[in-house]
Design a protein. Structure first.
Length: 76
């Protein structure tokens, strides 16, 4: 199950929740139980290899990058 990040408009709380894609939009606030909750766009980043910093040079539009961000996509 994916981890989604949400924001409650009523109590201004951010929270994360493990929920299936099927129920990702049917979430209530964990603090105040409001239904005025919206799913936030989360950014996923992973290090390229052991001991390396996070690198984003394979992002679309980056010079020399293909945009797939991994070695199994066929462009590396």
């Amino acid at each position: 199950m994916p981890l989604f990040e949400y924001y409650c408009s009523d109590c201004k709380t951010r929270f994360e929740l493990l929920v299936s894609h099927k129920h990702a939009d049917d979430v209530v606030c964990m603090k105040c139980h409001s239904e005025k909750v919206r799913r936030l766009l989360s950014v996923f980043a992973a290090p390229r290899g052991a001991g390396e910093d996070y690198a984003f040079d394979d992002a679309p539009g980056a010079e020399g990058g293909c945009g797939c961000g991994g070695g199994s996509c066929g462009c590396h």
